[in-house]
Design a protein around this ligand. Structure first.
Ligand SMILES: [Zn+2]
Ligand SMILES: [Zn+2]
Length: 662
């Protein structure tokens, strides 16, 4: 009897595969049950090894207990994308496989991969198309529909230019060709609006996939998509490798958005993985944004991507004016200047809506003793506690630990404890006092955690005449609030003066995205930016509202300084309860790369925050002008780490193409 040997990936933070044997022919990408130590676990077949190798006879190789089903879990192109991702991000291969497997398939259970038999048919609802496309939409659609193979397209559409209609018509074409389509959005909160647009257009089921669904719901969508029972799926980055049958194209909405990057564990970019998948499947990929990433714009300049412009709004209205408001001599009430309050009042009087953007949730970010200067901090993180009035508690925004408020200062027993700074709750309170008859709608992490809360917020805003929305960056993304004619941005300064290398890109994207929320139906819409730096050179450029102009400048600066996207960066991150352990490890890594041609090293640096949940965090920035070379350097480092005593004392990880540099 022939015996075959297989390399199997296990869902653990281990960088290598394990060899098992079996008499069965098993395809790559299949789930198998294997003994592992004293346990029995699920693994994925990564490769079949030549049986003539003498190595296998010399060691005791365990036998695969069973294969779980007939169907492979990961089809060829998805399988290949995963291998690419594990290599590119230098993440343990088993964890990468497990990241793209429904939770219910990760453990042994009675769940198997088989069709559910709930096929959906798709008809196009003609009454949803009772309007004329703009000339721009029409001419771009003709060109976009012609794209057959892998050739990434950037749909650069200013807010209100009708990008979603383009997505809908591209999806229509694919559905008519009996293909399927995957649409990615950066945040869960953006799914309901897009899903309802697709439901109005198509009669069949629209699959929705994100982390807030139950494991059962996700498993069902995954199975139906794998067996072609649904052909339209809308989801967040976790759905990028959704096994859609006969996939015709991938659409990545708001491709610049930082939420596509996973910030913990397997730190991949959903957008970049989508591009890789499209390349391996040789299908078109459409990247949409009003404020495209520098990376994408660079590739357009290099003619690797094609750009399609939608520069006019479908309502023919002009984009809103961005007006910096100098607050140097203004007293602020909960972060709002008096002039701002006056303009808000005028807008409401006209029965219109106002959107206030403040990038901080809670009531006040500083809870401080006026007598001795004591500040409430999280015991586990190096982070100030934020006072939440709605809960009457102090909350750490790093670890979400909740603390009671102090009756007196723990250091000097003074009762003079005060609140400084503003968050969404304080702005909400100021507005409630100033405009008692107007509905004030708060949109932040705390008010949108519950399922369906975002839908309720839309309803409330749509059913009101005058109203004020107060929210964090959540509000700046893709949402439609057609009655908003005034946007107010409260804390743009921290972005304008930030020393971070991609700060200008981030703040200009944010300001232009927020401004896009205003004036969908009004020529007189305004965006007010409260600032202490009204003459800031960057603000002057952003003020023009011309993102392309700002982006071109960012690109030329980054090119001169050899910063991304003109170089590649990886951050070597470490945590340990002991700061010396981090430093010893990072210093040795830095020494190892010292004097190497083509690599730049910055650090070791303390990360921000320096401490989370009792662990010290530090990092080293590794930079190279060549992506492939950087990849080789990182591989070399991993080999080195295996032999160092220093690496046993820290938890380390690579963050390739980091979005957050601290
Ligand atoms: Zn005190
Ligand atoms: Zn904390």
């Amino acid at each position: 009897m022939n015996i075959f040997y297989y390399d199997i990936a296990i869902g653990l933070p281990i960088r290598s595969c394990f060899t098992y044997k079996s008499v069965a022919h098993i395809k790559k990408g299949t789930r198998v049950i294997v003994p592992f130590g004293k346990k029995v676990v699920i693994g994925i077949v990564v490769s079949k090894i030549s049986q003539h190798s003498s190595f296998h006879k010399s060691v005791a190789i365990k036998e695969i207990i069973s294969t779980t089903e007939e169907s492979v879990c990961f089809d060829k192109s998805i399988f290949k994308t995963i291998l690419w991702a594990a290599d590119y991000y230098h993440h343990p291969i088993g964890e990468v496989f497990f990241s793209f497997m429904p939770t219910l398939l990760r453990k042994q259970s009675n769940k198997i991969i088989a069709p559910l038999g709930e096929s959906s048919e798709y008809d196009i609802n003609k009454s949803d198309k009772n309007f004329k496309l703009t000339k721009e939409q029409e001419s771009n659609l003709i060109k976009l529909k012609r794209i057959k193979n892998f050739k990434p397209s950037l749909i650069y559409g200013v807010t209100g230019s009708g990008k979603t209609e383009i997505y809908l018509q591209l999806a229509e074409k694919l559905i008519q060709e009996k293909k399927s389509v995957l649409i990615l959005v950066p945040e869960i909160n953006l799914t309901p609006q897009l899903v309802s647009r697709f439901k109005n257009r198509f009669s069949g089921d629209i699959g929705v996939y994100h982390s807030r669904l139950t494991p059962n719901q996700r498993f069902k969508v995954w199975l139906r998509s794998k067996f072609g029972e649904i052909r339209i799926v809308i989801g967040t980055r976790s759905s990028v490798l959704m096994p859609l049958k006969n996939l015709g194209a991938i659409i990545v909405d708001e491709e610049h958005d930082q939420s596509y990057k996973q910030s913990e564990g397997f730190r991949f970019s959903g957008r970049d993985l989508a591009i890789k998948r499209a390349q391996l499947e040789d299908i078109p990929i459409f990247l949409g944004s009003a404020t495209p990433s520098l990376q994408t714009l660079k590739l357009v300049k290099e003619k690797k991507y094609k750009k399609f412009d939608l520069l006019r709004r479908i309502d023919g209205k002009k984009p809103p004016k961005l007006i910096p408001l100098d607050i140097n001599d203004s007293p602020l009430v909960g972060g709002l200047a008096l002039q701002t309050l006056t303009i808000i009042g005028e807008t409401i009087k006209k029965g219109e809506q106002v959107l206030i953007f403040i990038n901080r949730r809670g009531f006040a970010p500083l809870y401080e003793c006026d007598n001795c200067g004591w500040v409430a901090e999280c015991g586990e993180c190096e982070s100030n506690l934020v006072f939440h009035k709605s809960k009457n508690k102090l909350i750490c925004h790093k670890c979400e630990s909740v603390y009671p408020i102090n009756k007196e200062c723990p250091d000097c027993s003074s009762k003079e404890i005060n609140l400084y700074g503003s968050g969404t709750e304080r702005v909400e309170e100021v507005l409630e006092n100033a405009f008692s008859k107007v509905p004030i709608i708060r949109v932040d992490y705390d008010s949108t955690r519950r399922k369906g809360s975002m839908e309720e917020i839309y309803k409330k805003a749509n059913n009101s005449e005058e109203a004020i929305l107060v929210g964090t960056q959540m509000l700046s993304k893709g949402h439609d609030f057609p009655k908003v004619t005034l946007c107010v941005i409260l804390n743009a300064d921290s972005g304008l003066i930030s020393p971070e290398i991609n700060a200008l890109e981030k703040i200009s994207q944010q300001l232009i995205q927020v401004s896009g929320r205003a004036g969908r139906n009004n020529n007189l819409a305004k965006v007010i930016i409260q600032t202490r730096y009204p003459d800031d050179i960057n603000l002057k450029q952003i003020k023009t509202g011309d993102y392309q102009l700002v982006a071109d400048q960012c690109l030329s600066v980054n090119k001169n300084l050899s910063l991304p996207p003109y170089s590649s960066i990886c951050i070597l991150r470490t945590t340990s309860p002991n700061s010396k352990n981090c430093l010893d490890f990072l210093n040795r890594a830095s020494l190892t790369l010292d004097n190497r041609k083509g690599v730049g090293i910055i650090g070791p640096l303390p990360s921000i925050p320096f401490k989370i949940k009792g662990n010290i965090r530090s990092h080293l920035v590794i930079k190279s002008s060549n992506k492939a070379y950087l990849n080789r350097i990182l591989k070399f480092l991993i080999k080195e780490f295996e032999t160092w005593p220093e690496s046993k004392k820290v938890k380390w990880s690579f963050d390739v193409d980091p979005y957050d540099m601290s």
